[in-house]
Design a protein around this ligand. Structure first.
Ligand SMILES: Cc1ncc(C[n+]2csc(CCOP(=O)(O)OP(=O)(O)O)c2C)c(N)n1
Ligand SMILES: [Mg+2]
Length: 358
């Protein structure tokens, strides 16, 4: 008998900024001047304040169910800022910061989560896909888009974003497999926030890492500290450039934490240990970069306070614009989905139209 190893793999974890806000090793070029990181810091603050306002609007009966992104700001801002405008995002329901970074306005997002039937028909949507509620179904959609980019010879990359829980779905495996076989320009972002509603990471998969799922698809897989915006941005820029220049797909698992309930319809207090949340708050991506910027003397407590006030005013103004947006009549649910309304719905639409504005 002979026994030889025919394949072996490593999964690497990348981090530049540790939880104490200290730099590890040499920084990538874009991060060498600490002041250049302030726009990324601002994006994270915008994402968090927008998010907290959205939760407040829902809690006061002024908006629909909402999925908070608190804690995940570095993962979402880092990956969306790394993308080119002509790349295409395929998000879940938690990537508000990515839409904002890619030109969607806060008012448009509030209006969407308020249930407007026009959906995500945004003015500056960059051709990105709408929020995907069915878990992992956006992954094969993104692979299809990546196939089209390749076929047309366009230097564009498709970026499906999904959660840790979504990596258990067939759609996810089918997507990464096809992207590997066809060497597609696709970067798979797995935002591992440690929970899939009430299921902890340990109940989702016996895999040591979610990143190693890439190995079965024959593509590179790696982990990044998803609370370190420098590392997330850097790893995505590298993977996106590789994909854009014909080097094929990558899977990046971003290790972060869902600091909120799953959605406003959930109560994590029923299944999550309070101690875990306290520990995770010490890894907060915003505090971490704030500490570093202050340490580098390019930022101050006073500037921070000013930024928070400025962004809060911006978010409040957007929320007021949303609240002042006229409500659409119930029959408009039939207006935005079909070019021609199928026969089966015509009588229903007629009945709603007869009701008028409610
Ligand atoms: C196909 C499908 N099955 C089940 C659900 C119900 N569901 C909504 S969110 C969720 C968990 C997703 O967890 P994860 O992928 O980790 O994303 P996270 O919510 O943590 O961001 C499930 C099972 C769904 N939306 N779609
Ligand atoms: Mg999750």
């Amino acid at each position: 008998m002979t026994k030889v190893a025919v394949a072996s793999f490593d999964i690497e974890f990348y981090q530049y900024l540790n939880p104490r806000g200290e730099i590890l090793g040499d920084l990538p070029e874009f991060a060498k001047r600490a002041a250049d990181l302030i726009p990324l810091y601002r994006d994270m603050i915008v994402t968090r304040i927008f998010d907290s306002k959205a939760v407040t609007l829902q809690r006061t009966g002024q908006m629909g169910t909402y999925a908070s992104s608190a804690g995940q700001e570095a993962s979402v801002v880092g990956l969306s800022r790394a993308m080119h405008k002509e790349d295409m995002l395929f998000p879940t329901y938690r990537e508000h910061g990515a839409y904002l970074a890619r030109g969607v306005t806060m008012t448009e997002l509030f209006v969407y989560w308020g249930g407007n039937e026009e959906g995500m028909n945004f003015a500056n949507a960059c051709g990105d896909f709408p929020v995907c509620i069915p878990i992992a179904t956006q992954v094969p959609h993104a692979v299809g888009a990546a196939y089209a980019f390749k076929l047309r010879g366009q230097p564009r990359v498709a970026v499906p974003v999904c959660g840790d829980g979504a990596t258990s779905k067939g759609d996810f495996y089918e997507g990464i497999n096809a992207a590997g076989v066809w060497n597609l320009p696709c970067v798979f972002a797995v935002i591992n926030n440690q929970w899939a509603i009430s299921q902890p990471r340990s109940r989702q998969s016996a895999c040591q890492t979610m990143a190693q799922k890439a190995i079965a698809a024959g593509i590179p897989g790696e982990q990044v500290d998803g609370n370190d915006v420098i590392a997330v941005y850097d790893r995505f820029v590298k993977a996106l450039n590789r994909a854009r220049s014909g080097g094929g797909p990558t899977l990046i698992e971003s290790i972060t934490y869902r600091m909120s309930d799953h959605t406003t319809a959930d109560d994590a207090g029923r299944y999550r240990n309070e101690q875990e949340l306290i520990q995770q708050k010490a890894l907060d991506p915003i505090d971490r970069l704030n500490t570093y910027l202050i340490e580098q003397s390019v930022w101050s407590e006073q500037q921070n306070q000013q930024l928070i006030e400025e962004v809060t005013a911006e978010v409040d103004a957007a929320a007021n614009d949303y609240l002042n947006t006229p409500r659409r009549a119930p029959h408009t649910i039939f207006d935005c989905l079909y070019e021609t309304l199928p026969k089966a719905y015509q009588s229903q639409a007629g009945r709603l139209t007869a009701l008028g504005d409610v």
